[in-house]
Design a protein around this ligand. Structure first.
Ligand SMILES: O=P(O)(O)OC[C@H]1O[C@](O)(COP(=O)(O)O)[C@@H](O)[C@@H]1O
Ligand SMILES: [Mg+2]
Ligand SMILES: [Mg+2]
Length: 328
C-alpha cells in the first residue's frame, strides 16, 4: 500500500469529534454490508423484485428492501440519530427516545435499482442535518434547505467500492480495500474540472422535456458553434455512478422536468441535496432551473426537483439559457 494513504476510520476519528465519528462509522458499516450484498447478489438470489411497491410507486427490488433495513438498523443502533428519511419508507422514522441523538439522516439506500440485475454500478446516497439535542425531533428538522446539511456523501458499488464524503470542508474519496475491510483515502480534496467534455442525461426523454433550455443546451453540446469539440454523451442511469464520473472527469449531469414528471424525477432530500452539496464543495454548481439547488426549502419529505449539476462553467451555460428565457 502506498505510504501516505490514510485509513478511513483513523482519518474520520482524527478529523471529527465523538458523536459524528460514531455516526459515520455506522454509515460506513452500512456501506460495507450493502457492498458485500451487491457483490454477491447474483449468487445469493438477491436479484429481482421484492414484490412490493414503494411510496414513489416504484416496484422495490430485493436489494432496495435489504439495503433499507441495513441502513435503518445501522443508523438507529448508532444512538446518534433522531429522524431518518428513506426513499423506501413513506413516513419518516422517529428513533425511539432511548436511542436518540442529534443527527437527522436522509438517504437513498440503493440508488440506480434498475441496474441491479445486470450488475452495473449502483450506490447509496446520504445527507446529514444536525439539531440541537434530538430530544424533541420534529419533521421540520429535516425539511430544511440543503445548504444546512452538515455532511453529505455517497457510496458507489461498482468495479471498486468508493465512498465520497464532504463535511463542509471540501470533498474526499475513499476506496474500500477488500482485503483490509477498510476504506482508504484515495482521492483527497476532489476538485471538479471547471469545464467537462461530456454531458449526462436520459436523452430518450427529450421529446417530453419541459422547456427549451435543456434541448438548447444538449444541441450546443452536440453541435458547438464556437469551434470547441462536441461533448460526449455518457449516461448510466444510476445517479451515483453518473455523478461520480462527472465529479472526477468534469461535465454536466441533468435530470430536467418532463411531461411524465412535471417536478423532475429526482428526490430533493436524498438525491438532489447530497449531490448538490458535494458538487459545490468540489467547486462545481447545482441549479434547479430557477435557483441554487441548495437553497430549495422542501415542504414534503419525498419532494422532487429538476436538477442541473456539474462543472462550474457548464452550469453557467445552462443558467445563462434560463436567464435569457426569463428576459423574454
Ligand atoms: O431511468 P431514468 O428515467 O433515466 O432515471 C434514472 C435515474 O433514476 C434513478 O435510478 C432513481 O434512483 P432509485 O433507483 O433510487 O429510484 C437515479 O439513480 C437515476 O439518475
Ligand atoms: Mg435514487
Ligand atoms: Mg433508491
Amino acid at each position: 500500500m502506498e505510504f501516505g494513504l490514510v485509513m478511513y476510520t483513523a482519518h474520520t476519528i482524527r478529523k471529527s469529534r465523538g458523536d459524528f465519528a460514531i455516526l459515520l462509522s455506522h454509515i460506513v458499516l452500512g456501506c460495507k454490508f450493502v457492498c458485500t450484498a451487491v457483490n454477491k447478489a447474483g449468487l445469493a438470489k438477491l436479484i429481482g423484485l421484492a414484490g412490493e411497491t414503494n411510496v414513489q410507486g416504484e416496484e422495490q427490488k430485493k436489494l432496495d428492501v435489504l439495503s433499507n433495513e441495513v441502513f435503518i438498523k445501522a443508523l438507529v443502533s448508532s444512538g446518534r440519530t433522531c429522524i431518518l428519511v428513506s426513499e423506501e419508507d413513506e413516513e419518516a422514522t422517529f428513533v425511539e427516545p432511548a436511542l436518540r441523538g442529534k443527527y437527522c439522516v436522509v438517504f437513498d439506500p440503493l440508488d440506480g435499482s434498475s441496474n441491479i440485475d445486470c450488475g452495473v454500478s449502483i450506490g447509496t446516497i446520504v445527507g446529514i442535518y444536525a439539531v440541537k439535542d434530538g430530544v424533541d425531533p420534529k419533521i421540520e428538522d429535516v425539511l430544511q434547505p440543503g445548504k444546512n446539511m452538515v455532511a453529505a456523501g455517497y457510496c458507489k458499488y461498482g468495479s471498486s467500492c468508493t465512498l465520497v464524503l464532504s463535511t463542509g470542508k471540501g470533498v474526499n474519496g475513499f476506496t474500500l480495500d477488500p482485503s483490509l475491510g477498510e476504506f482508504i483515502l484515495t482521492h483527497p480534496d476532489i476538485k471538479i474540472p471547471i469545464k467537462g467534455k461530456s454531458y449526462s442525461v436520459n436523452e430518450g426523454n427529450a421529446e417530453n422535456w419541459d422547456g427549451q433550455q435543456q434541448s438548447m443546451y444538449v444541441e450546443k453540446c452536440k453541435y458547438p458553434q464556437d469551434g470547441s469539440p462536441a461533448k460526449s454523451l455518457r449516461y448510466i442511469g444510476s445517479m451515483v455512478a453518473d455523478v461520480h464520473r462527472t465529479l472526477l472527469y468534469g461535465g454536466f449531469f441533468l435530470y430536467p422536468a418532463d411531461k411524465k414528471s412535471p417536478n423532475g424525477k429526482l428526490r430533493v432530500l436524498y438525491e438532489v441535496f447530497a449531490m448538490s452539496y458535494l458538487m459545490e464543495q468540489a467547486g462545481g454548481q447545482a441549479f434547479t432551473g430557477k435557483q441554487r439547488a441548495l437553497d430549495l426549502l422542501p415542504t414534503k419529505i419525498h419532494e422532487r426537483s429538476p436538477i442541473f449539476l456539474g462543472s462550474y462553467d457548464d452550469v453557467e451555460e445552462i443558467k445563462a439559457l434560463y436567464a435569457a428565457e426569463g428576459q423574454k
